[in-house]
Design a protein around this ligand. Structure first.
Ligand SMILES: NC(=O)c1ccc[n+]([C@@H]2O[C@H](COP(=O)([O-])OP(=O)(O)OC[C@H]3O[C@@H](n4cnc5c(N)ncnc54)[C@H](OP(=O)(O)O)[C@@H]3O)[C@@H](O)[C@H]2O)c1
Length: 328
């Protein structure tokens, strides 16, 4: 039994990490920022501490006496944030946290990155070995660019001796998604309002499995290594049909051709030049969407015995939770 600090314990992933740790009999110090989301920890035997990673308020006390640290509160650039400042902010916040970790020297750190940092490989599912170069040599969306830069900082610190393991979840589907980000994909197709889809492939995983993957990463992960926490490769059409069927609504019927999506991208780029913001749909995003991303999560299956809950069950749980909490 160890004492573990979970940063972002009221987040979608963090809530599952907390539950996975408790299920293994560990003691949990759950760090939250906003009290609004504390209800996600209701009924759990955890120590609650307030930590603000922007000001580092509460951080020193939170780290005190913890052998394991899970960082599931990484900076999340919001849609339309400009890329360069967002990368700088991500790097700055990661360096600040790494400095604190060096001082506190916990035995193990698990850093939640993203499958968005894995390079897209045409023709086969990508693995952890498919690293993006840094600095980037090809266009990547703001979210991916920020996550790649942050991961680069952590892996650099590992080479300098930080005992950290990086985990890279794919799109997480499950309960406790109170500020739906990945959950938007579920909500969109659970409402009978989205009649269209595009040809796209991606990987989706049950968030409960991701929580367990974090704990196994602390127990068995090799320092300085990345582990994809992946589930099933699906097409957007399959995913939309699964969500719609489970929600009892009509699945989207019309596939939008990429020519039309490309035209929309050109239009949003022109609008963004006028408003001096990031385009709603840059042409690079259309390229990425078209290429899709298939993942091969064999490494975590082999080394962590990562559970593979069926996507049907993940969608069922997510929808039940969204319904219970008034999102649907
Ligand atoms: N969800 C996915 O599908 C997915 C997939 C791959 C990777 N990821 C990565 O996993 C991480 C967690 O994602 P998530 O979906 O669980 O996010 P989330 O639901 O938005 O939760 C984020 C958590 O971090 C906390 N937090 C954020 N900024 C903070 C700060 N400056 N100081 C203190 N706490 C802060 C939030 O606290 P508040 O309560 O105050 O908001 C919240 O508890 C992110 O880095 C994301 O990029 C997510």
């Amino acid at each position: 039994m160890v004492r573990a600090l979970v940063l972002g314990a009221t987040g979608h992933i963090g809530s599952h990490v907390v539950r996975a740790l408790l299920a293994e009999g560990h003691k949990v110090r759950a760090a939250y920022r906003s009290e609004r989301f504390l209800f996600l920890l209701d009924g759990l035997a955890v120590e609650r501490v307030r930590v603000d990673l922007d000001t580092l308020e509460g951080m020193r006390d939170a780290l005190d006496g913890c052998e394991w640290v899970f960082h599931a509160a990484g900076y999340y650039p919001r849609f339309r944030e400009r890329r360069e400042p967002a990368i700088e902010r991500g790097v700055r916040s990661t360096r600040r946290l790494l400095e604190q970790l060096r001082r506190a020297s916990p035995a193990r750190v698990v850093f939640t990155s993203s499958a968005a940092t894995i390079r897209r490989v045409p023709g086969r599912p990508a693995t952890e070995a498919d690293a993006e170069p840094w600095p980037l040599t090809a266009w990547r969306p703001t979210y991916a660019s920020v996550k790649i830069a942050m991961e680069h900082e952590v892996l650099g610190a590992c080479r300098d001796g930080l005992p950290a393991v990086v985990v890279n979840p794919s799109l997480c589907v499950g309960e406790y998604d109170a500020r739906p980000f990945s959950g938007r994909a579920v909500l969109a197709f659970a409402r009978p309002r989205v009649p269209v889809y595009v040809r796209h492939t991606f990987n989706a995983v049950y968030t409960g499995d991701v929580g367990i993957g974090h704990v196994r990463a602390a127990e068995r992960g090799r320092f300085g290594e990345r582990y994809l926490l992946a589930g099933r490769n699906v097409t957007l059409q399959e995913f939309a049909a699964l969500v719609a069927r489970t929600a009892g609504v009509r699945p989207p019927r019309w596939r939008v051709p990429y020519g039309l999506v490309w035209a929309a991208a050109v239009a949003t780029e022109a609008a963004a030049r006028v408003t001096r913001t990031e385009p709603l749909l840059p042409r690079g995003a259309v390229h990425s969407l078209r290429a899709g991303q298939l993942l091969d999560g064999t490494k975590a299956l082999r080394e962590f015995s990562l559970p593979q809950t069926p996507l049907e069950e993940a969608v069922r749980r997510a929808l039940a939770w969204f319904r219970q909490h008034g999102f649907l």
